[in-house]
Design a protein around this ligand. Structure first.
Ligand code: KG4
Ligand code: ZN
Length: 334
């Protein structure tokens, strides 16, 4: 079964082709250089860029995979959550292909796809918990089996990646901030400043990052920041952000008796987060699985692989499938 997947949920235009569970191509055209000028993603510019790029990225993905549209069995696309104008570009493009060819369509949840991205490279047995940490989402999902998941925790305000981006923007370090902060934090002491871990003591699996971001900005306003202490301040900020992630995630694994954790989303590319989770999961007897760093950030390979599970179960979407901007904030107790 050959699947063509498309993701245009935020600022990357991506098309991938997968043959069964094997990846044949994954083309990602990043808009970062455009949005960098504004210190963050400008939704209107993002959707216009997707419309400009999608046809060329689609052609390149087919060509790199060595297939034509005729060879494709199933069309897959991110339906949401994401920037609505951006999501619509991919969705309308795929609907056009489906209408013209009569091929079946799978509308994919972008956050679920982040959770499936680790399965591009390896198998992970169900059930597992998935921690998705990106610029738009900080979510804990419980996967009973493929295509069956529920939200068990989510951020009450900002996403973790958003806090990194805003902290970096405040210091004029550049965009996106996560990898820049990771690089600087490498040279710092993570215990130099005791930044808060909001909601750490609450008996739920939710997160909050707006308070940490404000604590960071207030600290810098009050104490200033110099070349000498920049790395310490950033390492302490990063440590607080990840400590909260690890704490809530491992609490969920323990409470639910789950022994497998998969991680995804742009922030999952961070070496310190990988190290911390590996260490703490090891101590709790939980196996942790990370995707390749290149598959942590937005890509269409994860959309194609997610659709493969749906198609195998005969679960297809109607041609009037609608775009959605937000993940349902349903949080079920466990
Ligand atoms: O998954 P993604 O590409 O897009 C969303 O769905 O949001 O994630 C982008 C986010 C940005 O906030 C970026 O700063 C963050 O992932 N990020 C990182 C790292 N690389 C990307 N955060 C921390 N450390 C990194 N190495
Ligand atoms: Zn994403």
């Amino acid at each position: 079964m050959i699947i063509l997947g498309i993701d245009t949920s935020c600022d990357d235009t991506s098309v991938a082709v997968a043959g069964d569970a094997r990846l044949l191509s994954n083309v990602v055209s990043s808009q970062v250089p455009v949005h960098r000028l504004f210190g963050g993603v400008v939704p209107e510019i993002a959707s216009r860029k997707h419309a400009e790029l999608i046809d060329a990225v689609y052609g390149e993905a087919l060509s790199q995979a060595g297939v034509t549209l005729k060879d494709v069995d199933v069309l897959a696309v991110t339906q949401g959550p994401g920037l609505i104008g951006s999501v619509l570009v991919g969705l309308c493009f795929v609907k056009g292909l489906a209408l013209a060819t009569g091929k079946r369509l799978v509308g994919v949840n972008h956050v679920e796809a982040h959770a499936m991205s680790v399965l591009i490279e390896r198998e992970v047995e169900f059930p597992f918990i998935a921690l998705i940490v990106s610029g738009g989402h900080t979510v804990l999902l419980y996967f009973e089996e493929a295509c069956r998941f529920r939200v068990i925790g989510t951020t009450r305000d900002d996403a973790a990646g958003e806090a990194f981006d805003k902290a970096a923007k405040y210091l004029s370090l550049g965009y996106p901030g996560g990898s820049i902060i990771e690089g600087l934090a490498r040279g710092g002491r993570a215990d130099a400043i005791a930044f808060p871990r909001p909601m750490a003591d609450e008996r739920n699996y939710d997160f909050s990052y707006s308070g940490l971001k404000t604590a960071f900005i207030n600290y810098v306003k009050k104490n200033g920041i110099t070349d000498d202490d920049r790395c310490d301040i950033l390492a302490s900020f990063q440590e607080a952000a990840f400590d909260l992630l690890a704490l809530k995630t491992l609490r969920a694994c323990r409470d639910m008796g789950i022994k497998r954790l998969v991680v995804g989303g742009g922030v999952a590319a961070n070496g310190r987060l990988r190290e911390m989770l590996t260490e703490r999961c090891g101590a709790q007897g939980v196996s942790v699985f990370f995707p390749l760093a290149a598959l942590c950030t937005d890509n269409a390979a994860m959309v194609a692989v997610t659709a493969w599970f749906y198609a195998r179960k005969g679960l297809f979407s109607a041609l009037d499938a609608r775009a959605f901007s937000r993940m349902a904030l349903r949080v079920e107790g466990c």
